[in-house]
Ligand binder design. Sequence first.
Ligand code: G3P
Length: 219
Amino acid sequence: MKFFIDTANLDEIREAHDLGVLDGVTTNPSLMAKEGITGDANIKAHYKAICKIVEDKVSAEVIATDYEGMVREGKELAKLDDKIVVKIPMIRDGVKAIRYFHSEGIRTNCTLIFSSGQALLAAKAGASYVSPFIGRLDDIAIDGLDLIAQIVHIYQNFGYETEVLAASVRHTMHLIKCAELGADVVTCPLKVITGLLKHPLTDAGLAQFLADHAKAASK
Ligand code: G3P
């Protein structure tokens, strides 16, 4: 399973990368705005800075919502670095843009997926990744993990190469459940990844080992 970090914060990306388990980064316009990154040139420079930190797979989202605009913006983003994956929303023109990028060998991440039908469309268009937003479904009392299970099942039925990238992952149990269900990737905040480290018996066991070692050494 791949771990992506869902942020545009360079310090957090560095910290996740230093941990040695990071496979990629996802951003979106809200995450870029949260870091105060505005204006075309600054946004592009920020994507380049992210690409310098990680080995591959940096999702950069288009703002346009029409086919021509998405193709133009997506091409510009893809030109910034080979690591860029163009993020396209699940709308009618988005499906067409994904097909275009697929034919050009440019990777895409189809975002704002909330149903298995949308995920099927994205796979047929040739998306490299689909991003079902599980936390936002949970927010409205629809089980987001059920959607992951459905999409994994459908993709397995037909051998689609599109990877299931679970997004809007809010906590460590989301991540574990996505792993059990066979999602190819999770993207989440750093604290969800570091949450995997924690177990009180690990802390207690280590404290005991160190105490026993110190006791024996002082004899
Ligand atoms: O990857 C999608 C993510 O950024 C949305 O997360 O927590 O705003 O639903 P959230």
